[in-house]
Ligand binder design. Sequence first.
Ligand SMILES: Cc1cc2nc3c(=O)[nH]c(=O)nc-3n(C[C@H](O)[C@H](O)[C@H](O)COP(=O)(O)OP(=O)(O)OC[C@H]3O[C@@H](n4cnc5c(N)ncnc54)[C@H](O)[C@@H]3O)c2cc1C
Length: 380
Amino acid sequence: MRTLPSTILVVGGGITGSTMAVLLRRVGLDVELAEAAPDWNTGAGSGITLHGNALRVLREAGVWDEVRMAGHGFGTIGLTAVDGSLLHEERSLPAGGDDLPATFGIERPRLQSILAAAVRASGVRVRLGVRAQVTAQYGNSVEVAYNDSESRRYALVIAADGLHSTLRAAVGITDTPKTTGMAAWRAIVPRPPGLDRTNLTYGAPVHIAGYCPTGPDTIYAYLVESTKPRSELPPPASHAAHMRALAAPYGGHWPAIRAHLTDSSQVNYSRFSRLLVRNAWHRGRVVLAGDAAHSCPPTLAQGAAMGLEDAWVLSGLLADEPPATWDDALLTRYHDRRSRRAATVVEASVRIGQWLLDSSPHADIPNLMNRTMTMLRQMP
Ligand SMILES: Cc1cc2nc3c(=O)[nH]c(=O)nc-3n(C[C@H](O)[C@H](O)[C@H](O)COP(=O)(O)OP(=O)(O)OC[C@H]3O[C@@H](n4cnc5c(N)ncnc54)[C@H](O)[C@@H]3O)c2cc1C
């Protein structure tokens, strides 16, 4: 009789997949991780803002001390006028509990390298530069082909392969991402003296002008405008000049930031998307996590946090059950625990973006942010 596999394959070594793999190893499960990028450099480009509910999961994965040393935490957010004057200061709700910063910034490549080192140290078998695809399912096992050649069987496959997940499509889940009409220009620059938290300017000339400290010496700055057709985008060599032009009307710390927007190769341009897989997040023994299942525009900075929470919840459920029962009932419990919370975050994030696109007189961004963060303070 053929022995049933007990190994879990995590496809995708981004924030979700890497943290998932570490958490699964911490409860003693046998884990492989497949990542398409040969250098595992999936965190390239800019910084990231993480709220307490994301930090809570990083602490559970054993990387918080290292992450804390590499980034910068703060407890208030400012709303500023175009000239830089302060309109309103909001105390941020510490969604991960009072012993973690409410808000935290870190350079993405730093976060990614901390997570990658933790994956390796945990004993996960890592395969880089391989594209994994599900080719068949047989009751208690899933067959996966690598680079369309070699194939292996696993007890469970976790598809943490991002917004444009090919595993999602391969198992017949037909939900696809939609763009929201906004896009961000982002860059890491030296931290101007006195800049120690995020300040946001909403409305005009761009929809959002903001920045977040990412450590003692750096910040990432972002300018969000309406999406342009590709033909109207500035050529790559003038991305820094474009960002400088968008930043020109802003006062406060912006002139200092603007002075360092000189290298177009360091400017990242990303369109905002939304996705919510409405029905089950699994088919057979292939289950979605992170952006593969849900994705939101970063107006609440909760995309990665939702993937981290998926990792925490799913690894906890799998820890409590033997591989024979990693089945429809267990994966439905995972969906039940995660779907409403993820939907609330996606809908609130999209609503903030739409208010800005419409210049809506009914917009109440601080109130919606507060309500959402209050909900996120509850354990996932
Ligand atoms: C402009 C912008 C700003 C953002 N800012 C924030 C923020 O401040 N805070 C926040 O919380 N979130 C933010 N987000 C969202 C956040 O970046 C994402 O939610 C998060 O990175 C998703 O992580 P993931 O691991 O689920 O997916 P990904 O990061 O997309 O990782 C998927 C991985 O899978 C790999 N892969 C894909 N297919 C295969 C395959 N077949 N085989 C093997 N490997 C494969 C890819 O190479 C990749 O490494 C932002 C998003 C955007 C667009």
